[in-house]
Structures are given as C-alpha cells and as structure tokens.
Design a protein around this ligand. Structure first.
Ligand code: ZN
Length: 363
C-alpha cells in the first residue's frame, strides 16, 4: 500500500495508517495552538483525535471479525483522515450474513458510547442532556458523543456507508440481489442529492459527503452488475489464447520486441515449461531505465503471482485479480499454461455480453 505505514498486526489483520493522517494531526495540533497557545491544549486535542481513531479501528474490527465467522478473511485495515477501511476479501452472498457484517461496525460504536454513558452516569459526571457538547465537554463526554455520531452517520442508508449495505441486505431477503442493489443505490443517490442541497445552503462539508455517497452508490451498482454477468462462466471463455511467453534466461530485449510488435503488456515467464514468474510492463520499463536491455528476464520478473485454473469461474477469478491488484493472471490447466486473463479482456468480454443481451446486462 503506497503512502501508508504499518502500525501493527492484531488478530491476524495488518493495521496501516495513511500518510495524510499525519496532516490531520498536524492541522488539529496547529489549530489548538492558535486558539489556546498552550502545549496541554495541543496535546489533549491530538489525544482526542487518536482516541477517536482508535474507536474507528475498533469499528472496522467489528466488520472484519464478524465476516471471519463466515469464513471471509480481511488482510488489511487502513486509516484515512476521513475514516477507516477494512479490506474484506469479499462480501457474504447470504443477505442475513451481510446484514450482520454491516451492522457489526456501528454496533461497536454504540457499545463504546453506552459504556462511556454508564461510566459518566455512575461517577456522577454526566451533565444534563441539554449541555452535552462535542466542543466544550470533558474528554469522555466528547468521546461518547462522537461514537454516537459515528454510529448514526454510518447508518445513513446509502452506499458506501454501512447503512447502504444494511438496506440492500434487507431488500435482498425479498428481492433478487441485483435488483436489491439497484434500489439501494437509487435510494442512496436520493440521499446524496438531499445532502448536497442542504449542504449548499449550510455546510460545504455536506456537499463533499454527498459527492462521496453518489460515487459510492454508482460503484456498488456497477460492481454487482459485473458480478452477475460473470457468474457461471468459466475462465476459459474469456481468456487470451494468443500471447507471447518469455523464458527465464531470455534477455529483456526479447520482451521489448514483443511489446513493440503487439499489444501485450505483461508476459508469463517459463522455465522448463512451468510458469515461474510474470514480467510486467511497469517492471520492464523500470529495469530498462536502470540496467539496459541485456539483463535476463529472471532477474526482474515478479515471482509472487497468482494463477487460475481455466475451469474456475470468472467471478472468483476476477475477485482474486482485484484483491491482488494484478493486471494479468496466467491461466493453467493440468500444470500447463493455457491462457492469460487480463483486465482488458474481461472488460471486453463483458461488453460483448452486454451487446448480445442488452436487457439482462442492465437489469
Ligand atoms: Zn463501517
């Protein structure tokens, strides 16, 4: 992950923090310094942001650990200034499971808020409801309010918020999955329009959220459309079968020749008939600039790659391509290289499917 630092690994999930997060901490520290001109104010301001983001991480763990109960792994949680993202390998197909995974995040914030409320109540530190304030209250009081806000905000019924998934899951218990997503996306975009409109007259931040929600709804709907059109089709139907391969001992100049005569970007590298690596266009260009074209392919090829069996379904092959952010995957069968699966080819395959069945592809 670019521009991210690993904070640690907890319960088998790597937690990363994005570089822009430091900007936020700097900004908060600076604005407290401007207001109060004391180090203690700056420290308590930053302390609050860190406590808030700990709650966000726990929210993401709520999603990830619930998904794990259904056999779905999460490798990475990344913290951005606008919140956290848990990269789940996939979403559960069963709507009741998706409902539980989606609700688990906000439930964590409700739980934290409830524990803080009980603590404040029993220690006699709870002010009257009217005087509760996110800006001037005590540390714990503010943390409680912020957790309640996080839970409510995430339950807005619009993608990419958890509420969008909750809504889709509820619809999907009665409707077909694509149709449920379509309705949830339309409702989400309706919410975005209302947000944007209110924002224009009050808070520019709302316009920003509206935009975020609009794009999220669009993405979710097109992902599901894609998933539906890929279901039940084997990889062999969409793979490239005319392509060049390289031998591990070939010089880089061979790859240059192939790139110039064709449109292939990435090359499977063979050694004794077995795929031993992938040479990507990007790595090739980098190596050419640094070392020239006489170097052997084996010295710069990537040895960590995923391959897929030609009988596997496109849907799962495409999901693992997205998960590893691979552009090209070698397709094998019975230990032999039989094809290449590329992002472009899958896209082309979908375009052809859509042209052949216009009514189904837009369902
Ligand atoms: Zn969430």
């Amino acid at each position: 992950m670019k521009w991210s630092w690993k904070l640690g690994r907890f319960a088998g999930i790597d937690v990363y923090i994005h570089a822009t997060f430091l900007l936020l901490i700097g900004f908060v520290g600076f604005s407290y310094w401007q207001q109060e001109k004391t180090y203690s104010a700056v420290l308590s301001g930053i302390g609050f942001i860190l406590a808030l983001f700990l709650c966000v991480v726990l929210h993401e763990y709520g999603h990830a650990l619930t998904a794990r109960r259904y056999g779905i792994t999460t490798r990475v949680i990344t913290l951005y200034p606008i919140g956290g993202v848990a990269r789940l390998e996939r979403m559960p197909d069963d709507p009741r499971q998706e409902l539980r995974v989606a609700l688990a995040g906000p439930a964590v914030n409700v739980l934290i808020a409830a524990v803080l409320l009980a603590w404040l109540f029993f220690t006699g530190a709870l002010p009257s409801v009217a005087s509760l304030s996110v800006t001037s209250g005590t540390f714990l009081e503010r943390l409680m309010l912020v957790n309640a806000t996080l839970a409510l905000f995430n339950l807005i019924p619009a993608f990419p918020m958890d509420g969008g998934r909750v809504l889709r899951a509820l619809l999907a218990t009665r409707l077909e999955y694509t149709q449920a997503t379509h309705i949830a996306a339309v409702i989400g975009q309706g919410v975005a329009v209302v947000f944007g409109f209110i924002g224009l007259f009050s808070n520019p931040f709302l316009v920003f959220i509206a935009l975020f929600v609009w794009i999220g709804a669009e993405q979710e709907a097109s992902m599901v459309r894609m998933k539906t059109s890929l279901g039940g089709i084997p990889v062999s139907r969409a793979m490239v079968t005319e392509f060049h391969t390289l031998e591990a001992s070939h010089p880089l100049s061979r790859a240059v020749e192939y790139i110039l005569v064709g449109s292939q970007h990435d090359f499977p590298v063979l050694d004794g008939g077995q795929v031993v690596g992938i040479l990507t266009r990007q790595d090739l260009m980098k190596a050419l600039a640094q070392r020239g074209e006489d170097f052997p392919v084996s010295s710069i090829m990537s040895r960590e790659f995923r391959s897929v069996d030609s009988y596997e379904m496109l849907e799962s092959a495409f999901a693992s391509m997205q998960a590893c952010q691979c552009h090209t995957m070698p397709v094998t069968h019975a230990g032999q290289l039989v094809g290449l699966l590329t992002m472009e080819n899958v896209g082309e395959f979908l375009a052809i499917q859509a042209a052949l069945k216009p009514s189904r592809a837009h369902a």
